[in-house]
Design a protein around this ligand. Structure first.
Ligand code: FE2
Length: 197
C-alpha cells in the first residue's frame, strides 16, 4: 500500500452553490434526464456497496491501517476533525483518507458528490441521518446510528443519503474513508453541504 500522506482541508462550500444553482435553473422545465439520473443513482449506490465489500475483503486490519498515520497525527486537531490522505489510486479513480475525530468533533450535514465508503478503525462514531426536503431545500433529521470499530458502510452519490458523522464519545475515534475522486478533488469534490433543520 502506498503511504502518501497529507492533510486535507474541506472546501466543499463552493460545490454547494454550484449544485443548487443547477437545481434552481431546472425549475419549471421537464427534466429529460430524470430517468437516466435515477438509474445512475442505483449504479452509484451499487458501486459504493462494492467498495465497502472490498474494504472488508481486501484491506489489512485496523492496527495496520492506523500505523499509516505518524504518532503525532493520531492525536487529532483542536481545529476540528482531521483528514489525512493515505492512498491515491495511480489511475486517479479513488482516494483513501484516515479521519481523526477528537471527542465532540463532527462533520457538517452533507450529501455526497461521489460514492464513498468508510470503516471505523478505532472508537465510536455517531451518524445522524437526514432526508432531503425538495420544497424547503433543506435536510430534515430522520434518525441516527452508532458505528463501532470494525463497522463498514457505503454511501451513494447524491442527496438520497444525507448524514453527519461525529464523535459523541469521550475517546478518540479514527475512520478510513474511500472516495471516488482523485486526490486533487478531495477537498472540493466529495461533500455536498446542505442546509439542515
Ligand atoms: Fe459523508
Amino acid at each position: 500500500m502506498a503511504t502518501q500522506q497529507a492533510s486535507i482541508a474541506d472546501t466543499a462550500s463552493h460545490a454547494r452553490s454550484a449544485v443548487f444553482a443547477g437545481l434552481d435553473a431546472a425549475d419549471g422545465r421537464p427534466d429529460l434526464f430524470a430517468p437516466l439520473s435515477d438509474g445512475m443513482s442505483s449504479a452509484f449506490a451499487a458501486s459504493a456497496r462494492m467498495v465497502a465489500q472490498g474494504i472488508e475483503a481486501s484491506l489489512p486490519d485496523a492496527a495496520t491501517l492506523l500505523a499509516l498515520l505518524p504518532e503525532a497525527l493520531r492525536e487529532g486537531s483542536a481545529q476540528g476533525y482531521a483528514r489525512h490522505l493515505v492512498h491515491a489510486d495511480p489511475l486517479a479513480r479513488f482516494s483513501a483518507m484516515l479521519i481523526v475525530w477528537r471527542p465532540g468533533q463532527h462533520s457538517p450535514v452533507h450529501g455526497h458528490q461521489t460514492w464513498c465508503a468508510y470503516r471505523v478503525l478505532r472508537g465510536t462514531l455517531h451518524e445522524r441521518h437526514y432526508r432531503w426536503d425538495a420544497q424547503q431545500r433543506r435536510a430534515l433529521p430522520c434518525g441516527a446510528l452508532t458505528r463501532t470499530a470494525g463497522d463498514t458502510f457505503s454511501v451513494p452519490a447524491g442527496l438520497r443519503h444525507i448524514h453527519a458523522l461525529g464523535n459523541d464519545s469521550d475517546e478518540m475515534a479514527v475512520s478510513l474513508h474511500i472516495y471516488g475522486v482523485d486526490q486533487e478533488h478531495i477537498g472540493s469534490g466529495v461533500n455536498l453541504l446542505v442546509d439542515a433543520a
